[in-house]
Write a new protein. Sequence first.
Length: 188
Amino acid sequence: MLDQLLEYDTELFLFLNNLGNTSWDGFWRFVTEKWSSIPLYAVLLYLIHKHYGLKGMLVIIVSVALMITATDQLANLFKYGIKRPRPCQVAELKETMRYVADGCGRYGYFSAHAASSMAAAVFLGLSLQKWYKYLPFLLLIWAIMTGYSRIYLGVHYPLDVITGMAIGGLLGWGFYLLQQWGQRKFNT
């Protein structure tokens, strides 16, 4: 059963990865780059400050820092606990896949990029939905694009990305609830 699931995952990876071409490589490299989201984060920080004030913004910043730390550490725990090689480390795939990334880590289950971007999307989308009802959907699209970029570049299987998104979504929701509790407790 597990072998069959991994085989389907590999087939889906090859299909999605091979949809790419050199004219789109630069775009997907940009999407996956952590620093490319700084303008988005700056706008979100401004909106948070506008609606929550300085104290509320500080509670949210601490919540986000803890959430991203949690997603990264949990991803590392899974990666080194499960030790599933990334597709770019599998010799049998190297001739049939497109490898676009600059580097390739050893293990990939699950994607920390997918987890942290989905956690941020859920957390910040929920935190600001009261004022911007479409923002959560836009942030989810951004997180899905970030997740897909990992498949496009050849560094993660779809199951790595889907699992990362699910765990990130749960952590984003949990930290949102924690942040709401903190906002009420500290009366900000």
